[in-house]
Write a protein that binds this ligand. Structure first.
Ligand code: DX5
Ligand code: ZN
Length: 219
């Protein structure tokens, strides 16, 4: 696995101060994780394209957009056009993930495939050459602040073996319950990108929390 990417999730930030909250981790983090929810794919509603477009100008951090929405074909390319670095959509919501990944790459973004808690990854392994990022949920998608599910690390390990055997250039990202006490096991299993919402934005010093997570992931 490559050197770790730490991606604070603004889902745990103060939505009235998104620009400041992004800047608070700008020098410490690698990506800014942006959770888009539509109250259909998951039972929660967050932000959409207009907020991402406005926030894009407020920070130099690359945006890691996590679409928890139905019909990603309709919306995902707009996030690439808005300047997202990586656009991840859910396998469960897509009938042709490879074709959408191609469109995202053509629009200048990295393409990510997300796998929710109850979805096995085996059927998706053969699609991975079309993707830059595989996001493995370590909770059930929909809400921040949930408890990390260690059994999800079997998926991470399987994906890592598959990626290494195939010499794929693939970031394997974990999302949900990543904190000081869980990040090392995720790294050990083969993850090399780490989303952290609560662990970063509930901390007294968000930047210091990012540095600490990075040190724990590097061990
Ligand atoms: C939840 C989101 C996560 C969320 C993680 O569905 O995908 O990115 O922000 O929050 P924590 O780190 O608090 O589990
Ligand atoms: Zn997320």
């Amino acid at each position: 696995a490559a050197s770790p990417v730490i991606a604070p999730s603004i889902l745990a930030a103060d939505f009235a101060r998104l620009a400041e909250e992004a800047r608070a981790v700008e020098d410490a983090a690698d990506w800014l994780h942006v959770d888009v929810m539509d109250n259909h794919f998951v039972p929660n509603l967050t932000i959409g394209l207009p907020v991402v477009q406005s926030l894009r100008a407020a920070t130099s951090l690359p945006f890691d957009v996590h679409l928890m929405i139905e019909d990603p074909r309709r919306w995902a390319p707009g996030y690439a056009d808005a300047g997202a670095y990586n656009v991840t959509f859910h396998a469960e919501a897509s009938d042709n993930p490879v074709s959408l990944a191609k469109d995202l790459r053509a629009a200048g973004a990295k393409a990510g495939l997300a796998i929710d808690r109850d979805t096995p990854i085996e059927p998706y392994l053969e699609l991975l050459p079309s993707f830059d990022t595989l996001l493995i949920m370590t909770i059930k998608a929909g809400f921040g602040g949930q408890k990390f599910i260690p059994a999800m690390l079997d998926k991470v390990a399987l994906a890592r073996r598959h990626a290494n055997a195939g010499h794929l250039e693939l970031r394997i990202e974990v999302d949900g319950g990543i904190a000081d006490d869980t990040i090392a096991q995720a790294a050990e299993a083969g993850a090399d990108a780490f989303v952290a919402g609560t662990a970063v934005y509930s901390a007294q010093d968000p930047a210091e929390a990012v540095h600490r997570l990075r040190r724990l992931a590097e061990k």
